[in-house]
Design a protein. Structure first.
Length: 278
């Protein structure tokens, strides 16, 4: 009888120790998971918005097609479109299918819409479909000013981002960083495609031919009149910044900043780039 009781107590003690051991192991796993199991920092540190993801899903295919035709990285085109159209929510995008702010110019015979820009009543192109705006954006870049960009690989989004600024596409010196931030935040680089040396050479010859034809027709000069350099104030978030403090710094409202950057909360992180005005 005593032997049975002793054996039973021994079993209970063993099970109890085992349970504690498992509990400790699980606890250690939970405490360590933030270090051990967290993936290495990704390239998507900033906030994203559902309207941004929806916009990308809708237009990524046309961006890829244009990339394959001329070599403009799909990531660059999508980032510029997100930025210049406010994820498709700008007045020009909604009412004119114009996602890049292309103006009428002397040779435009299509529909038009008027909006204050450089002048109180500037004329902007109206497209039948948003895709036409993406194609027209490629045609705008196919000119002498941007020619050397087309010698870059079509998956070199960083080279394109800095090259666009250098060629005068935008006035703000932080424009390249803002494009790169959007590309990495939304992982737009996954739509870029590498190309072989032979493919790259063939594409460059094609691009050079298109640009030369435009020069002969005088279209390169006319292009200067259909799109002004992108103007914007860009703020880099530093420690202690809040949307309220930033709004006071620039004399805008918190709601304006949230709308321009598609923010769904007041949370910010150090290094985040915010568009303050366009």
């Amino acid at each position: 009888m005593r032997a049975s009781v002793y054996l039973l107590l021994l079993c209970v003690f063993f099970v109890s120790c085992k349970t504690k051991q498992v509990g400790v192991q699980r606890g250690q796993g939970q405490r360590g998971s933030t270090v051990i199991n967290t993936p290495s920092p990704s390239r998507t540190q900033g906030a994203t918005s559902m309207s941004g993801w929806n916009y990308i899903e809708r237009y990524k295919d046309i961006a890829i097609r244009e990339m394959n035709l001329y070599g403009i990285p799909a990531s660059i085109k999508l980032a510029q479109a997100l930025l210049e159209s406010g994820n498709g929510n700008s007045m020009l995008a909604r009412e004119a299918n114009n996602h890049f702010g292309i103006k009428c110019g002397p040779n435009w015979t299509g529909k038009r819409i008027f909006k204050s820009d450089d002048n109180p009543n500037d004329c902007f192109r109206v497209y039948d479909h948003p895709e036409d705006s993406f194609k027209d954006h490629s045609q705008f870049l196919l000119r002498k000013r941007y020619e050397k960009l087309f010698s870059l690989r079509k998956d070199d989004y960083r080279g394109w981002a800095y090259g666009l600024k250098e060629a005068g596409y935008a006035t703000n010196p932080r424009y390249p960083e803002l494009l790169i931030d959007l590309i990495e935040r939304y992982q737009l680089y996954k739509y870029d495609r590498p190309e072989s040396h032979t493919e790259k050479v063939a594409r460059e010859v094609k691009v050079e031919s298109v640009i030369e034809q435009k020069i002969e027709k005088g279209e390169s000069v006319q292009a200067e009149k259909i799109k002004s350099p992108v103007k914007m104030i860009i703020h880099e978030v530093v420690s202690g910044n809040t949307l309220y403090s930033i709004s006071k710094q620039y004399g805008v409202t918190v709601e304006q900043i949230k709308q321009l950057n598609n923010l769904t909360s007041d949370n910010l992180h150090v290094g985040q780039l915010l568009v303050i005005s366009k």
